[in-house]
Design a protein around this ligand. Structure first.
Ligand code: DX5
Ligand code: ZN
Length: 219
């Protein structure tokens, strides 16, 4: 079944805790927290404290997506705050294998994210160190952007390359996902969709989650 990771960037932060509990009741699979530093991206979002506070109120896995410069400085902090999955942007790390190993050393799942115009190339050499590949379908920094269609082919390619290299690594897609494009994305082989705007624009999370699963349902 398609896994849904709810991206909190789009939610009303005045109701963060209630929203997470509601998402849990609606059956989402992960909570996706974008951490933004106003430097790597021109936006600010969640901190270790957000992770620590939400950890207390939900059993859902917390997926921390570091859209920051020098993420290697903050791995221990987010691991200790209670993240279950830590994803770094490949273009922000000079020594990715070291960073990915560090994430795993805390018993956390390690993910790498690549941007829409990045080739898969280096992922081959990182595959042994990752538990999750996140393909960005927008430039990082903001919710509500338009989906980059070219990522669909990249999902396909990643899927077949992983099989060729002998890895079975879940592929997620992040950015601009909605009811119109989710089928294409899952057909291409994505197992997880990160959804913000399209989910938070719906009055009923439960119905929205069901519809997303139906549309991506053959997985
Ligand atoms: C973008 C973030 C995404 C974002 C997706 O930098 O990584 O997680 O929240 O949001 P939507 O679904 O609004 O495109
Ligand atoms: Zn994200």
């Amino acid at each position: 079944m398609l896994k849904i990771s709810a991206s909190l960037l789009a939610c009303d932060e005045a109701y963060l805790g209630e929203t997470v509990m509601e998402l849990e009741r609606a059956g989402v699979d992960f909570i996706h927290l974008d951490v933004m530093d106003g430097h790597y991206v021109e936006n600010f979002a969640f901190s270790p404290k957000t992770v620590r506070d939400l950890r207390k109120i939900t059993a859902l896995p917390l997926e921390v997506h570091l859209e920051i410069d020098n993420p290697e400085r903050y791995i221990a902090i987010f691991a200790e705050a209670g993240a279950d999955i830590i994803i770094v942007q490949l273009d922000t790390v000079r020594h990715p294998i070291r960073v990915l190993k560090e994430i795993r050393s805390f018993g956390k799942k390690a993910g790498i994210a690549i941007n829409p115009s990045d080739e898969l190339g280096r992922v081959k050499y990182l595959a042994a160190y990752i538990d999750y590949l996140l393909l960005m379908s927008v430039e990082p920094g903001f919710g509500g952007q338009e989906f980059e269609e070219s990522v669909v082919d990249k999902v396909n390619l990643a899927q077949s390359e992983f099989a060729k290299w002998g890895y079975s690594i879940p592929i997620g897609v992040d950015g601009g996902i909605n009811f119109e494009n989710v089928t294409l994305i899952t057909q291409a082989g994505a197992e997880i969709v990160v959804v913000g705007t399209a989910l938070f624009s719906q009055p009923n999370f439960c119905e929205a989650v069901t519809l997303f699963r139906q549309l991506g349902g053959f997985r």
